[in-house]
Design a protein around this ligand. Structure first.
Ligand code: FAD
Length: 500
């Protein structure tokens, strides 16, 4: 319902309800606000609790990659001997690494905030909560309270660490003290020394990236994973190769470990004892520090969603295919959806909500949200990246598909780069009989960039035959796509490929 109801004359601009109020000014929220202004909505307000910049810049994508880059350099130095280079690692100045992280985060934040301030929307600092389906109350940074009405709302309040309800984690050990002082990604990011031993629980992006980082810095890292690495092991061969790559980087990987609880004895040389079940037996990993990387969930605490008529199920807002909640004027984007907690997806969701506003106000059907080409990268060493569908997903959807794979260690540039055999792969998936590309998974050097060769082809509707016909510079890693394209084209149409 439009809140501007009781008069035919438009009230003065400052008294009119907002067209859009964005609750949470991280990446998804600011993308939505900026797009709404670009599309001609004049009254747009963004409310943010705390510092501007968002998780990505302050504690997520950018600071982790800032630390992972030097970790990659350390790994290169360690392996330089294999190339005939007499290089010795004298040590890593963690203070300098952290100072660089702080400086770069400040620089990224300045650029982001500058863009937001020039965005044409109002910014209000404070913590907002719904008090009715059309009204928010904001406890502003100066201690005042403001009531704000709007014709539409976006909730983009981000996410928080998921803490399992187990002894020593979500709850105290029976008869014991408070939960163990484990690390989340925040503490791992700020660590000014590498612990002697680190136990990591969880093998999602955060667990894997920090395992790479601390292993490169010399920590003895044990990674406990409930299921096989990478998409719960849906492709056992890829999963095994990735596990081997992690082990090659010095990480101990324990698959099939179900967490039971954690004890913390500050007096012990390795204060953490992580109890877990492995093949029916209880095991314990002792370590100096423990990183909990069991995933993040939507941050919906204290938002008054009940007052707004927004339903939540299993910690996620109930959304329709246009990202609209059970309150027809309240939308969600970014991590607050609880689904695909990835930066560019959140931004695209935010922009999508803004593009639907005019339809919403005109009572027209909304355009459904669809992520055209899902993309994901893990900045481990070696990195992993994927786009589109995996072979498993495609078959589960009933598609007739073909797949081809290759190891970088069997490819010219991969050999030159001394890629470790048995720790890399590149896999392409295409539909039969068209040979249309529908997915790619890469583990190996520069995977995070190389995957865009395929996502760009997919974006343009490319086929395996296009890959064969394209020019490729020699010698590059990308050249692997010629052979894979040829393989897929042959599987789709053996006769056509046989004919020169
Ligand atoms: C360690 C780590 C590494 C990551 N690396 C990558 C990566 O390499 N690539 C990638 O794609 N993604 C990565 N991510 C995920 C990525 O950072 C997030 O998906 C993205 O930043 C989420 O953006 P958002 O706008 O949804 O939320 P946020 O950026 O978290 O913004 C939410 C904002 O809402 C505010 N807020 C919350 N409640 C209220 C309230 N009641 N009132 C007002 N304001 C409120 C918060 O203060 C915050 O400013 C990483 C995440 C982590 C933790």
């Amino acid at each position: 319902m439009d809140a501007r109801t009781d008069t035919n004359e438009a009230p003065p601009a400052s008294k009119r309800p907002y067209d859009l109020v964005v609750l949470g000014g991280g990446s998804a929220g600011s993308a939505c606000a900026a797009e709404a202004i670009k599309l001609g909505h004049e009254r747009v307000l963004l409310i943010n609790d705390g510092e501007l910049g968002g998780l990505c810049i302050l504690e997520g994508c950018m600071p982790t990659k800032t630390l992972l880059h030097p970790a990659d350099v350390v790994a290169e130095v360690r392996h330089a001997g294999r190339l005939g280079i007499d290089a010795r690692l004298e040590g890593v100045d963690m203070g300098a690494l952290q100072a660089r992280r702080e400086a770069l985060v400040a620089r990224f934040q300045r650029a982001k905030v500058g863009g937001m301030e020039a965005g044409g929307y109002e910014i209000l600092f404070g913590r907002g909560r719904f008090v009715s389906p059309t009204e928010l109350e904001v406890a502003t940074a100066d201690g005042a309270t403001r009531r704000i009405t709007s014709r539409a709302f976006l909730v983009s309040t981000g996410s928080k660490q998921f803490v399992p309800d187990l002894p020593g984690l979500g709850r105290p050990i029976e008869g014991g003290d408070a939960p163990a002082p484990f690390w989340t990604s925040r503490e791992a990011l700020l660590a000014d020394r590498a612990p002697q031993s680190l136990g990591i629980v969880g093998s999602g992006a955060i667990g894997l990236e920090f395992a790479t980082y601390f292993a490169a810095l010399g920590s003895r890292v044990t990674l406990l994973s409930r299921s096989p690495i990478l998409r719960r092991g849906e492709d056992p061969e890829l999963s095994a190769l990735y596990t081997r790559a992690l082990e090659h980087a010095g990480i101990t990987v324990v698959i099939g470990a179900t967490l039971a609880g954690v004890r913390h004895d500050p007096a012990a040389p390795e204060p953490f004892a992580i109890a877990h079940w492995e093949e029916g037996h209880e095991q314990v990993v002792h370590c100096e520090e423990m990183l909990l990387a069991t995933g993040r969930v939507a941050m919906l605490d204290g938002l008054g969603l009940e007052e707004a008529g927004v339903e939540v199920e299993r910690g996620r807002p109930v959304l329709d295919d246009a990202l609209r909640s059970t309150n027809a004027r309240v939308f969600f984007a970014g991590d607050a959806t609880g689904d695909r907690l990835i930066l560019h997806t959140g931004n695209a969701e935010g922009r999508h909500v803004a593009r639907n506003l005019k339809r919403l106000f005109a009572d027209e059907p909304l355009v459904p949200w669809r992520e055209r080409i899902p993309l994901m990268a893990l900045f481990t060493n070696p990195p992993y990246a994927e786009c589109g569908l995996t072979e498993h997903e495609a078959r589960a959807r009933g598609l007739d598909v073909v797949a081809a794979r290759k190891e970088w260690a069997n490819q010219g540039r991969g050999i030159v780069m001394d890629t470790e055999p048995g720790t890399t792969f590149v896999k392409l998936v295409a539909e039969r009989p068209s040979s249309k590309l529908i997915g790619c998974q890469i583990l190996g050097p520069r995977a995070d960039d190389l995957v865009h060769v395929v996502s760009a082809s997919m974006f343009l509707g490319g086929t395996a035959r296009d890959l064969v016909g394209m020019p490729w510079y020699h010698p590059t890693l990308s050249e692997a796509f010629i052979e894979l394209g040829r393989d897929l084209a042959r599987q789709c149409d053996p006769e056509a490929v046989a004919t020169p």
